[in-house]
Design a protein around this ligand. Structure first.
Ligand code: ASP
Length: 360
């Protein structure tokens, strides 16, 4: 195992020799998985990844070449943002040809956002990028971190007929592999922290790892193309019964607002009151993109199914079908940075980039 530490933008390289099988790069961004308890203060602090094999001796038995690269200042994932997505994607792009797969260690709180964002950034992916983390620090006896880490590595290096089995951005957590951009954090306490409501799991880890081959994306034959631009002039508006005109007016008055993910009821329904519709209509006429997704965890938006969503379609609100909130907002940030024509933006938002949305 070799370990690379970011230092003044350079990396210190420590070389270890191992059997030349799959080569995996583990990138530690922060989060509970890389924490140990500081016995003096009692609080959690990141441990030194140079000594990961002391914490997880099981890694020595994995027949892959493992290298680690860790952020100089690991973050709690509540501090995640588009700049760190860019940094992470750049680390992958720069080393893309040197590795067979990548494991991203990340706090679970915003992991579904980062996995969604990276899935859109890393276009034409033909290697696994597997996110994982844990609910308990790796230095704690009952940690879920060891199993998550070891199996995520195994999946990142798994090949069939010489080709990676999972050439997509995925999340591995508590025996299950999910498509990253279909995943949502569901539980703040249980080890089973994630779920994917609208797409089947990609693999289940028991005695063997059972891959759901037909549900896994095929590798791209085009070269990797990384998308680095995001427009953060976006917002999420969650409707609730009794929502006031004042609240919605204030929301849309945000200077430079370019896009809104509107979280509606059921299959995409919203109030039919005139004032509500006219605020939305005015926003659209000013060039603000509005994408309708449902507050329901499962199911999809079908604008026009009920009277209460017909008007939304009529005024130009885009139906986001079964996109998760995490996918909807990260995809919108990316599409708005890329395109300016409202017709193209609408088309791109509902097009499947990497299996994040139901296809017709
Ligand atoms: N607050 C932590 C984070 O998201 C929780 C975790 O690591 O799972 O960074």
């Amino acid at each position: 195992m070799k370990s690379l530490r970011e230092k003044n933008n350079k990396s210190i390289l420590k070389k270890y020799k191992k059997v030349n099988k799959s080569k995996i790069l583990i990138i530690y961004t922060g989060g509970t998985i890389g924490m140990i308890t500081d016995y003096e203060s009692g609080s959690l602090k990141p441990f030194d990844f140079n000594h990961i094999e002391q914490e997880v001796p099981e890694l020595k038995k994995i027949p892959y070449q493992l290298d680690t690269l860790f952020f100089k200042n690991p973050i709690d994932s509540s501090n995640m943002n588009h700049e760190i997505w860019v940094k992470t994607a750049r680390l992958i792009e720069e080393r893309y040809n040197d590795y067979d797969g990548f494991v991203i260690l990340h706090g679970s709180d915003t992991m579904a956002y980062s996995a969604s964002a990276l899935s859109f950034m890393l276009q034409n992916l033909d290697k696994p990028v597997i996110f994982t983390g844990s609910q308990l620090p790796i230095g704690v006896i009952r940690t879920d971190g060891k199993e998550n880490l070891v199996t995520a590595i195994e999946i990142a290096g798994a090949k069939k007929n010489g080709k990676p089995i999972v050439p997509e951005v995925a999340i591995y957590f508590e025996y299950k592999l999910y498509r990253g951009n279909r995943t949502t954090k569901l539980n703040a306490e249980h080890f089973e922290a994630f779920t994917s409501f609208n797409y089947p799991i990609l693999a289940n880890a028991g005695i063997n790892i059972d891959y759901n081959y037909s549900k896994i994306l095929r590798p791209s034959s085009a070269p990797l193309k990384v998308h680095y631009n995001f427009d953060i002039n976006v917002g999420i508006l969650t409707l609730f019964p009794g929502i006031s005109k004042k609240y919605i007016e204030h929301f849309f008055a945000m200077p430079e607002l370019k896009g809104v993910v509107l979280q509606t009821f059921g299959s995409g329904n919203a109030p039919t009151e005139r004032w509500f519709i006219s605020i939305l209509k005015e926003a659209i006429s000013k060039g603000i993109t509005i994408l309708n997704i449902t507050q329901c965890k499962k199911g999809e938006v079908i604008q026009g199914r009920y009277e209460t969503s017909k008007e939304l379609a009529k005024i130009g609100i885009i139906g986001g079908k079964d996109l998760t909130l995490e996918s909807a907002i990260t995809k919108m940030m990316m599409i708005l940075a890329e395109y300016s024509s409202p017709e193209t933006i609408a088309k791109e938002l509902v097009k499947s980039y990497c299996g994040e949305i139901k296809e017709e």
